[in-house]
Design a protein around this ligand. Structure first.
Ligand SMILES: [Zn+2]
Ligand SMILES: [Zn+2]
Length: 434
């Protein structure tokens, strides 16, 4: 099933003078988009291969069931599989799933306590917006450069000697790692930042990333959004990193969802999926709605559905829960309405969000985690302007716990979770707290 990505405000430019110049927008036909824009298919093979076998066995026995995918139409969630599970199949599938997650977590444990506390705050620098339309990427990379688990994973587990890419100059993982090292480590002799030295190295690596992303298929024609850039980066990292490393990265960012439509006859249709960003639809507006209220609303709906068992077709309640929630939660606020206009609904982004009650209490059985699922805000990529022009900045928590606002090459101190005047949060990164 093809899943359309929600449109989001397109094209951006640095409005150094504070004005929003219109930027020409190219219309994009969904059918022409590379497959990675049609959903987060990069996580499709992250350890569920055994399930695939079961699925084909089941399919030979049962007719295809047309499971409505209400969520897919509104978000970027890609479907992993459609399993018309009877209880036994379901139990086997869940057991496999639990094993996969446990295995990943074993690996992830070695870096789970990573933090950036030892990183020098004077290294937090801006990036030159050398093409004039890179504020979306600068903001996203500032957020990613401040995710300790990602920084540590690439830094420690993708050493140049461990790279298996045919052409290392085209390996995004290698170049991203170089950027991380230059950003956090490079210090001029005698302390301080030498702008002719490390600064130059940093900007030249940032330019390398620009060239590399283009050579790997990224195009800014009407697609310059941080969330799509993130999806693209994950896809390329999946191609570049050895499976053992990518699967850890995947487990750090991916949510596993479980969509259930029960029928009065006892049969339940269950669909599972994974996504590396949680997309939250802001339309229609919830009066004084909190982020958690918007997230929760997106998890249930009423759909017309024909049961594969008793063949009755009627409106039924569809509910979605999470089989697994990640260490790093990336929430995308979908800010375009059906007419293509930007939604400026104000949603307060909380410092702490508790998703414990969204966990699927059935599926994990005794493997289920008992710990609460609480998340602390670490950065906000934000946007000002309309759907065809505007500017992105990013507020981020630094190694010292203080927040900074990154606006292209400019860096300033700011408050926790700060959102600039007339800016609206687009991508919010949270880390799980324990
Ligand atoms: Zn590499
Ligand atoms: Zn039924």
């Amino acid at each position: 099933m093809s899943v359309s990505p929600p449109a989001s405000p397109k094209r951006s430019h640095p409005d150094e003078d504070g004005s929003d110049r219109p930027v020409k927008q190219q219309k994009v036909d969904e059918r022409d988009l590379p497959s990675h824009f049609k959903g987060l298919k990069q996580t499709q093979r992250s350890g569920l291969e055994k399930v695939e076998t079961l699925k084909s066995l089941k399919r030979s026995l049962e007719p295809e069931e047309d499971v409505p995918d209400f969520y897919g139409g509104r978000t970027k969630i890609a479907k992993l599989d459609d399993i018309n599970a009877d209880e036994e199949t379901r139990r086997v599938r869940v057991a496999n799933w639990a094993n996969t997650i446990r295995r990943k977590k074993e690996v992830a444990k070695t870096i789970i306590n990573a933090d950036l506390a030892s990183m020098p705050v004077e290294q937090q620098r801006g990036f030159d917006n050398f093409t004039g339309v890179l504020c979306y990427r600068i903001s996203l990379f500032q957020a990613l450069l401040h995710v300790p688990l990602l920084v540590t994973l690439l830094w420690q587990y993708h050493l140049p000697s461990a790279c298996t890419a045919e052409d290392r100059t085209k390996c995004l993982a290698c170049t991203f790692r170089s950027l991380i090292v230059a950003y956090w480590k490079a210090k001029a002799p005698g302390g301080g930042v030498d702008h002719r030295g490390p600064g130059l190295a940093l900007s030249s690596i940032f330019k390398q990333i620009h060239v590399l992303l283009r050579s790997r298929g990224w195009t800014e024609q009407g697609q310059a959004d941080p969330d799509e850039q993130l999806t693209f980066i994950f896809r390329k990292l999946r191609e570049d990193l050895p499976t053992s490393v990518y699967s850890v990265l995947d487990s750090l960012f991916a949510s596993y969802t479980n969509q259930k439509i029960p029928c009065a006859c006892g049969h339940s249709s269950i669909t599972t999926g994974t996504q590396s960003q949680m997309t939250v639809c802001l339309s229609p507006k919830i009066s004084n709605g909190t982020l958690l209220q918007y997230i929760t609303r997106g998890l249930s709906d009423t759909v017309t559905y024909r049961c594969a068992n008793c063949h009755s077709e009627k409106a039924r309640r569809l509910t979605r829960t999470f089989d697994y929630l990640p260490e790093i939660l990336c929430v995308q606020l979908s800010r375009l309405d059906n007419m293509g206009r930007k939604i400026n609904t104000v949603v307060q982004i909380p410092d702490l969000v508790d998703l414990t009650r969204l966990r699927n209490e059935e599926s994990m059985g005794k493997e289920r985690e008992e710990e609460p699922l609480k998340y602390e805000l670490t950065s906000i990529v934000q946007h000002r302007g309309g759907n065809s022009s505007g500017h992105y900045t990013c507020s981020v928590e630094g190694p010292d716990g203080r927040w900074k606002m990154f606006n292209d090459s400019r860096v300033s101190n700011t408050g926790k979770g700060a959102v600039g005047n007339n800016f609206t949060p687009m991508l919010c990164f949270f880390k799980r707290t324990r």
